[in-house]
Every structure is written in C-alpha cells, then in structure tokens.
Design a protein around this ligand. Structure first.
Ligand code: ADP
Length: 453
C-alpha cells in the first residue's frame, strides 16, 4: 500500500544512490540534475495519462484508469474509487426516479409539477389525456396558457387552495375535472387533477332528486295542512279522543312544511350562481326587519331585543339570501331562549372584516355538538327540536349562504349560559356609505353612528 513515508524513503534512496555514484565518478551535480529531469519527465508522463483518461466519455467508456505506481498509482486508484461510488449513487437515484415515474404513470389522476415561474416542469401520462398536455413540447410553458379558463387563472393566482376547484376539461366540456394544488419548496406547486365526471353527475342527480321530491311534496302537504287547520279551528266539535291526535297532526304538518321549504331553499342555493358583490343593501334596515318579524312571531315570550348596527353599512350580496341566513340565527335565538330572555344583535367592522353577532342568554349548547351543528338534519335534542318545529336544516342553510358570500360562521355556546353566533364577512362584501348613499372613506367610516333600535 502507498504511504508518504515510503515515497520519501524511495526518493531519498534514489537520490542517495545517484549522488554516491556521481560523487565517485566526479559528476555529482550533473548526475543529480539528470535524475531530477528524469523524475520530472515521469511525473509529466503520468499527468498526461491521467488527463487523457479524464477526457474520455465515462458515460459510455467505463474503462479503469491507467495502471501506475507510487503517488500516481494512489491518485489513479482514488479517482477510480470515487467514480465508482458516484456511479452507484446515480444508478440508485435513477432507479428511484424510474419507480416514481412508473408508479405515477399507473395513476389515473394527473400529477403535475409547476415551477415558481408558473411553468410546467414535469407531469405524468394521465395529465396528457386529462388536459391534453404534450410531451416534451409543453415543458416550460405557463400553466395558465395551457388551461385557459378564467376561473382556473383566478384560483391559481389566489393561492388559497383549501377547497379544490371543479371545471369542465379543456377541449371536452362534458368531462368535469377537479384540481387540487399544494405549494412546496421555493414557491413551486404540485397539482393533482382528477376526472370527477361520474361523481359530478351523481351529485347533480342528488340535487335534482331532493329538489324534485321537495317540490312534489309541497302540494300534498299544503292540502293536508289546510284541512288540518280547518279541523283545528273547530276542535270543540270533535270527539275529545281525536283532539290530541289532530293537534299533533297539525303540528307535524307544519314541521313537514318547514322541512320541504328548507330543502327547497337548500337545493336552489346549490344550483344558483354565487351572488356577485354588485347589489348593495342597507344592513341596518335588514336587521330591523328581521328583529320586527321575530318579535312578532315570538310575541308571547316577551324577550328584550337589542340591535346595534351603524346605519351606513351596505352589504354587497343577495338581500333575500342574507335575510334567510340572519333570520335563521335570530329566530333560533328566540326559539331557544326562554320567556323574558335577552337577545342582542351587534355589528362591528374594521378595514378587513365586518362581524354580525347574534347573542342570546338562552338554554345554550353543549360544546361537543358545536362542530356538527351546521350539518344537515343535525339536532342537539331531537324531541325538543320537533316541539319547536325545528328542521335541523337552519344552520346548514346559514353556513351555505355565508359561504356564497365569502363569509364564515363562528359558534360559541355554553349550556345554561346562552349562545353567540358570529358571521364574519370580508371587506369585498360590505362598504361604508354616507347617509345619502355614497361611498365614504375609511376615516369617515370610523365616525359611523352606532344606533340602538
Ligand atoms: P333547528 O331547525 O332544529 O333549529 P338548526 O340547524 O337551526 O335546526 O339548529 C341546529 C340545532 O342547534 C338545533 O336543533 C338546536 O339544538 C341548536 N341551536 C341552534 N341555535 C341555538 C341557540 N341559539 N341556542 C341553543 N341551541 C341552538
């Protein structure tokens, strides 16, 4: 094995022997000079062999470096060893890459990598059939040039990928695709594309079915309810044993009517376009209307009802939808608050959000139910809900309408203490107007009057 010490010894021996011979022959200096030139020549020759070997194409020619000895032999062997390690590592990486490519090619969904300049970097074969991408021509092309739907461009640039996007496939509008995007690395994106045509059809069928059933049930229920109302009006003429059943039938027919009404509303919300932030209406007049309607319905409960809403707030959205959402919250507050209880509606805003808070000091809700309250037909207490004529659809409607207005619902409650339902609308859904109806600056907005009705 090569060592520096052995090498130095070898040089010392060669120079010693040559020096001794030169000394006895009387040519000490010339002999040492000749020896140095010879050694230099050998080094140059080895360097030349190494350079020639390095210049080869090592991808195709896997030959070992030239044989050598001493320090040069060690250098050649070291380089060869490093080269072999490198080859093993790249073979491993290549096999990993091949496996990843083979498995992604077997996927039915499209997988696309997009670089930080929004250009296509890599995609699997399913993406080619789903989106019509061509390999390799489309590599480096901007994704928004290849998928030209404005909804896609908006979704892609918004960078809020919590919800997937559904769109007709480019080139085949009967096929529905779902896009999901995840950000990774240095602002790169991984996009997953699925064909959800079948699911979408089923979803449409479900919506149609619910809509049609609710519609068809409407007339029979109205007729049954009409007769029951007529009978209830003349209850005293009935055999007493029928009085309770008739009362219950009347109560349940009311409930059925409410369920059908709520189902119809939900199905129309699901099929209608989202309201664009174009139409403006006064929030304070909407809330006053809801307050008066609710007080009228629950007159007997003698609630106190405080409404605090600056008069100059205008909501940008669909008034009748927001009437349904907010009146559901206010009616619930009245429904689930005993007599002489307190209900309050407070509105507050800053530059980013507007909040509408509906509070009551009623029976409250056990926090374990809160995450599920906005599910359809979810009720905390089924028996209590059927007594109050509840459908279990009210909060599902509220959530749906708020989502259509880019808003969120937050619920806080404690059993026996009361509940607080907060609707949070983003800035694009409200504006502050002066009392003549014109838009005013943020500064003026701060001085908005807080009215108590
Ligand atoms: P429902 O028609 O049964 O009232 P909702 O979807 O409006 O259905 O409400 C779901 C459930 O949430 C109700 O059954 C009720 O138990 C509970 N709930 C809603 N609002 C309140 C409230 N203000 N106070 C107490 N419980 C409430």
């Amino acid at each position: 094995m090569y060592t520096w010490r052995g090498e130095i010894k070898r040089y010392a021996l060669i120079y010693g022997a040559t020096g001794l011979l030169g000394y006895f022959l009387g040519i000490l200096l010339p002999s040492l000079l000749v020896l140095t030139l010879i050694l230099l020549g050998i080094d140059l020759l080895q360097l030349h062999r190494l350079q020639r070997w390095l210049a080869k194409d090592h991808g195709s020619d896997k030959s070992a470096p030239p044989e050598s000895f001493g320090v040069w032999g060690a250098v050649f062997d070291g380089i060869y060893r490093l080269q072999k390690q490198e080859r093993r590592a790249s073979a491993h990486l290549e096999s990993l890459l091949n496996k990843a490519q083979e498995s992604s090619a077997a996927l039915e969904m499209g997988v696309i990598m997009i670089d930080r300049h929004n250009n296509l970097d890599w995609w699997n074969s399913a993406s080619e059939s789903l989106l019509g991408l061509r390999h390799p021509q489309d590599r480096g092309q901007s994704i928004t040039n290849l998928i030209r739907d404005p909804n896609f461009a908006e979704y892609f640039s918004k960078e809020n990928y919590d919800e997937p996007l559904k769109l007709p496939a480019p080139g085949d509008s009967t096929q529905i695709l779902e896009f999901e995007i995840a950000l990774f690395g240095k602002h790169e994106r991984l996009m997953i594309v699925r064909d959800i045509t079948q699911l979408h059809r089923l979803e449409l069928m479900r919506k149609d079915f619910v809509g049609n059933v609710s519609h068809e049930l409407g007339t029979p229920i109205t007729v049954i309810k009409g007769y029951l109302e007529a009978i209830t009006d003349n209850l005293q003429d009935l055999d007493p044993k029928w009085q309770k059943p008739i009362e219950q039938m009347h109560q349940q027919s009311n409930r059925m009517e409410n369920i059908v009404r709520d189902l119809l509303l939900l199905s129309s919300l699901e099929t209608k376009q989202r309201p664009k932030p174009q139409d403006a209406f006064s929030l304070s007049s909407l809330l006053s209307e809801i307050r008066n309607d609710t007080l009228q319905i629950y007159k007997k409960k003698s609630h106190t009802f405080d409404l605090h809403c600056p008069e100059n707030i205008e909501i940008l959205g669909d008034r009748s939808e927001l009437y349904s959402a907010l009146s559901n919250l206010v009616v619930n507050a009245a429904k689930y608050t005993p007599e002489d209880g307190e209900i309050a509606v407070d509105v507050a805003f800053d530059e980013e959000f507007l909040t509408i808070e509906v509070k009551d000091n009623g029976i409250g809700i056990d926090p374990q139910h809160i995450p599920r309250l906005t599910e359809r037909f979810y009720r905390v207490d089924v028996s209590r809900s059927s007594e109050t004529g509840g459908t279990g659809l009210g909060l599902a409607i509220v959530k749906h309408i708020l989502a259509r207005h880019d808003a969120e619902l937050d619920i806080e409650s404690e059993v026996g203490e009361g509940s607080r339902f907060t609707c949070k609308l983003p800035a694009l859904r409200y504006r502050i107007a002066d009392l003549a109806g014109n838009e005013v600056s943020e500064k003026a907005a701060e001085t908005a009057t807080s009215l108590t009705h």
